[in-house]
Design a protein around this ligand. Structure first.
Ligand code: SF4
Length: 348
């Protein structure tokens, strides 16, 4: 049973942080009674940073024109293969690949990349391309969304990450990412992927000037799609990292730990049809991530072997597998490795 919008609003306005955490923890315990918290070993690969969208919250992109173009890159295929080889050698099971919206790369380039990877590393799970990238590939290649996802899947794509969701409310999207896909477009990509039998994740980047109501609208939209398709594996909230961004340049105040924990706990309670909610160390650091395991989180994400997007905003938290396992154990859980689809791996 999910929260109502009014109940969620009351929780956002409440100061009873501990009570909220206990409620979220109690639902987490019902869904995951075995007391396990999971993590994955994988790598983020950002194949290009060229992008035509100029989102004000993004410190990662290089414009395709003007002086900023000099910092742009497109990775060579051999470089991508080498990064994946390293990932496999370090025990990684998956790759999360995302990039900017490059105006000249058409679907064939992505197909060649995916199939080239699968030929060399058939065991690696490819979790790639946010909804905005998929919409862009479809546009530049003259394809429908369904054809685009089908072709990527046939070339080796296994699942789709929830990036690009930011806040799923067009009032907010018009302000922070005017050129990027709208709420219905994001939902349509995920709905189409689910209908094709592909799993995806849902994310939220909060702290960009949105209201509590905007956040609740976001929860409701992903809740509704999960009711319709059941295709989401997890919900992953992140806080906006203002460093080196146009939006942050306006003296933005970063979300505090309390705000993060509230969002996590309310997400857990609202999204009762999501099996997994991730507590993130990448934006909040290990200590807040650990607390998040008592605020509804049952997963701590990835021992990331490479991460560039948050790092571009000046945030360079890093960790090791042993550190993540210790952090999980100290919070009272059994650490278990999982794959990209949140299935436990019985390795340790
Ligand atoms: S968030 Fe993505 S779409 Fe927006 S500017 Fe950055 S790379 Fe481009």
């Amino acid at each position: 049973m999910s929260l109502t919008k009014q109940q969620a609003l009351d929780l956002f306005r409440s100061d009873d942080l501990i009570g909220l955490g206990m409620e979220a923890d109690s639902l987490r315990r019902k869904l995951h009674p075995e007391g396990v918290a999971t993590y994955i070993i994988d790598r983020n690969i950002n194949y290009t940073n060229f992008c035509t969208e100029y989102c004000t919250f993004c410190a990662f992109y290089a414009p395709v024109k003007g002086p900023g173009r000099a910092k742009g890159y497109v990775l060579e295929m051999e470089t991508i293969y080498e990064k994946i080889r390293e990932t496999v050698d370090l025990g990684g099971t998956g790759v999360l690949m995302q990039g900017g919206l490059h105006p000249d790369l058409k679907i064939e380039w992505y197909e060649a990349m995916l199939s080239g990877i699968k030929q060399r590393f058939p065991q690696v799970h490819l979790h790639c391309f946010s909804a905005s990238e998929i919409i862009h590939f479809a546009d530049v290649s003259g394809l429908s969304i369904e054809e685009t996802i089908q072709r990527l899947r046939d070339a080796g794509l296994d699942s789709i990450p929830g990036g690009g969701a930011e806040i799923l409310d067009d009032e907010v999207r018009y302000k922070i990412a005017r050129l990027k896909c709208l709420t219905d477009d994001w939902l349509n990509v995920h709905r189409t992927a689910h209908k094709l039998g592909m799993r995806t994740t849902a994310t939220m980047m909060f702290g960009v000037g949105e209201t509590f109501e905007h956040r609740i609208n976001h929860f409701q939209r992903v809740f509704d799609l999960q009711e319709e398709t059941g295709g989401f594996t997890a919900f992953i909230p992140w806080s906006f990292q203002p460093g080196n961004t146009a939006l942050g340049g306006r003296h933005w105040e970063e979300a505090t730990a309390v705000e993060y924990l509230k969002v996590l706990a309310i997400a857990r309670l609202y999204l009762s049809n999501f099996e997994n909610v991730q507590s993130s160390w990448v934006t909040q650091g290990l200590k807040v991530c650990q607390l998040g395991l008592r605020f509804g989180g049952n997963d701590v994400g990835s021992v990331m072997l490479e991460e560039n997007v948050v790092r571009s905003a000046g945030v360079a938290n890093c960790t090791t597998e042993e550190e993540l396992r210790r952090m999980i154990r100290d919070a009272g859980f059994v650490p278990k490795r999982r794959d990209t689809l949140y299935r436990q791996l019985f390795l340790n």
